[in-house]
Write a protein that binds this ligand. Sequence first.
Ligand SMILES: Nc1nc2c(c(=O)[nH]1)N[C@H]1C(S)=C(S)[C@@H](COP(=O)(O)OP(=O)(O)OC[C@H]3O[C@@H](n4cnc5c(=O)[nH]c(N)nc54)[C@H](O)[C@@H]3O)O[C@H]1N2
Ligand SMILES: Nc1nc2c(c(=O)[nH]1)N[C@H]1C(S)=C(S)[C@@H](COP(=O)(O)OP(=O)(O)OC[C@H]3O[C@@H](n4cnc5c(=O)[nH]c(N)nc54)[C@H](O)[C@@H]3O)O[C@H]1N2
Ligand code: SF4
Ligand SMILES: [Mo]
Length: 764
Amino acid sequence: MRILSIHIFTYIDIYFMKTRRDFIKISALGTVGAAMATGVVSMAKGSSLPGSHEGSGSVFNGQNRYPTYCEVCFWKCAGWTYTDNKGKILKIIGNNNDPHCNGRLCPRGTGGIGMYYDEDRLKTPLIREKKNGKPYFRKASWDEALDLVAKNLKKIADEHGPECVALFNHGSGGKFFGTFLKAFGSPNITAPSFAQCRGPRETAWIATYGEGVGSPEPTDIRDTNCLVLIGTHIGENMHNGQVQEMSQAIDKGATIITVDPRLSTAASKSKYWLPIKPSTDLALLMAWIHVAIYEDIYNKEYVEKYAYGFDELKEHVKDMTPEWAYGITTIKPAVIRKTAREMANAAPAVIIHPGRHVTWYGDDTQRIRAVAILNALFGSWGNRGGFYLKESLHLPYPKTPPNPKPTKTWRDAYPGQFKLASMALSSGICDATIPTADRACNFKGWIVSGTNLPLTLPNQANTVEAMSNLEFMVVIDTMPMEVTGYADVVLPECTYLERYDLIRTSPHREPYLALRMPAVEPKYDSKPSWWIAKTLAEKMGLGDYFPYDDITDLLDWQLKQVGSSLEEMQRIGVKKFDRESGGLYFQKGEDVKFNTATGKIELFSNDLAAEGFDPFPVYTQHPGPPEGFYRLIYGRAPMHTFSRTANNHNLWDLKQENSVWINPKVADLWDLKKDQYIWLKNQDGIVSAHPIKVRVTERIRWDSIYMVHGFGHSNKKLTRANGRGANDSELITNVVIDPVMGGTGMRGNFVTFLKEKPEGEVAS
Ligand SMILES: Nc1nc2c(c(=O)[nH]1)N[C@H]1C(S)=C(S)[C@@H](COP(=O)(O)OP(=O)(O)OC[C@H]3O[C@@H](n4cnc5c(=O)[nH]c(N)nc54)[C@H](O)[C@@H]3O)O[C@H]1N2
Ligand SMILES: Nc1nc2c(c(=O)[nH]1)N[C@H]1C(S)=C(S)[C@@H](COP(=O)(O)OP(=O)(O)OC[C@H]3O[C@@H](n4cnc5c(=O)[nH]c(N)nc54)[C@H](O)[C@@H]3O)O[C@H]1N2
Ligand code: SF4
Ligand SMILES: [Mo]
């Protein structure tokens, strides 16, 4: 019998408040020859500097090439960075042996060089000071800056306990700060990629299949016969391998069904585009489940063998007919039936895609549960053309002392709530930083690595208030972003092209390893995270938790445990291993024990029932726009990643600002013209800080407007991005929390249009 592995939670989590902290425009930037910190770092083999690129990599066609994996988004494609003999970076191209990219990077990956060359980069550590009551940043040496961080963290630990420090992280460097924080005594490590992104999906999948979907998603798109995309806009959402496989599937004649209130790129390539009324997808999903069961077109053999709770499900959806769903979704019953039959015809080679950014309306775990159930009815999980059974390689880690046992976690701030959240909630920790009388747990210090919280968490005023209440905040970033303006200490990380990180071990069809190594020395006075975290740990007497002198020693040791070496990986970049967990798909009739309470795929969720939630998804209505307002929906542009690339000159050249998509009927009504700049005002009276260009298009429903997230920067130090386009985050003031796992539903916000600059009303 195949026993599916237990889902391991890699992040645990926290909370808290106090000094008035105003945003500072970083003004003290400039090159500085600050002294190296005192950390003990010994020379690595063949390297002139710790973690250096020199003496490694390889020569290819007369150029030097160094393996890397991309950090412009979290698909982590492996590639090669090429330099000339003077050490100038020439290009980055994909590694042919990497299944994340198959040798081809997306435009953002190719343009990643722009991060290295960006002249607006953070160049030296900075310390917040005050002169005549006015805050400013002054340049500092690493030694001084890290001493100050150590002193403040120690003070918080002494006065409130180390658990009152939280780490917010997104990206490779966060792992080192995670090691540091756990050694320091806090379990409160969080990333916005949970409660602002795929948290509901992971929770729904664990409740149904006993394991999360994970990243990259194990969607077997290349062999699918039918791909259903529900508000997931692959093609604009540019996750490389997925986009490539989708185009392969289209070439092979797969049916694409896209459900989106907007004619997305994916919708334009689809056989069926269902322009659903936003916020009603759960009704459509339940109607599809109804059709699958009552037209008897579900996969009986699979359901009988693997699923639990079918009879109750059948009863539950009895009245959830396509006619019922039509009144809610505006999708015609005939279309609902026809598309359900398309899925059944393709089954089990059908994928109802679980999506990725799924924190929409606050009942998101239940919506994704419906997606999970529909996949189970068609037998796609563990079948070719559905979802393959992913595998990754475990890399051993050298022995370190045990971490101190924390006495409290972020969960103490939410007694009895969010028990099914498998990771800490960034929004939850942010909220618990604002002191309230009844809160058992409050946060006093934040370490922020690689996440631009004011643009990432909804309800910007709340985030700013939380930061104002902190006793201490240190930010590790590559750029002067909104978040760095609130820090007490800013630490400049070098870009991914200038550093080593941990080996990439993400799951795929086969286990793969990928190496990132520096192609050039760090510019300015920037340092890699491994060095920053290790040096800070040493200053605090926690050096034993970083049991290596140089990152290369650690990587070489780890690689040797699995029969490779750093030298080999420097030459090949990516290494594939054999699967050990069995076949890529279930064998016909194979016995499988899922990691759920019943050992089955739970159509009826015992986990949800035990916590008092509906064990089957139930559609609830969400408020629609008030008169004269339109629902604010947002998404991705293929050439940008969130807010991190807006100032990258390569990608800025491709797209300099976002625009607001408005239906022609609405544009007529408001007399709005193409390319006119307007301000957006939301239901709570918040006006966008910057104006946004109008795009009049039939591709959006009349009741909604659309914009790409990540623009509308307000940090003047971003010379290209500042003031370009509008920022959706500041307009997201209504947040509906998912009661199951604490995700922040962000699509219940509505905007209206202001044609004149609204003096006195603009947010910042
Ligand atoms: N309104 C709104 N909010 C959203 C979303 C949305 O669509 N709309 N999307 C949500 C989703 S899906 C996600 S996953 C999150 C993403 O949230 P974030 O990851 O916070 O996204 P970014 O805005 O790109 O911020 C990344 C920060 O990391 C910095 N950075 C880049 N590279 C490095 C590096 O190598 N080292 C260090 N130390 N820093 C680096 C950048 O300069 C930037 O400040 O946002 C969520 N929030
Ligand atoms: N180029 C690029 N690619 C990226 C990223 C990036 O920043 N840039 N970020 C990556 C990350 S971390 C994530 S999480 C993913 C996110 O990407 P996805 O998971 O694909 O999606 P979202 O951003 O949630 O979805 C946006 C789509 O949902 C539609 N939509 C809005 N409201 C509704 C509704 O009520 N119902 C339905 N059915 N559709 C609706 C919008 O019109 C839009 O097409 O993208 C990843 N890929
Ligand atoms: S999809 Fe593009 S940006 Fe993301 S890791 Fe791959 S190449 Fe980089
Ligand atoms: Mo995300």
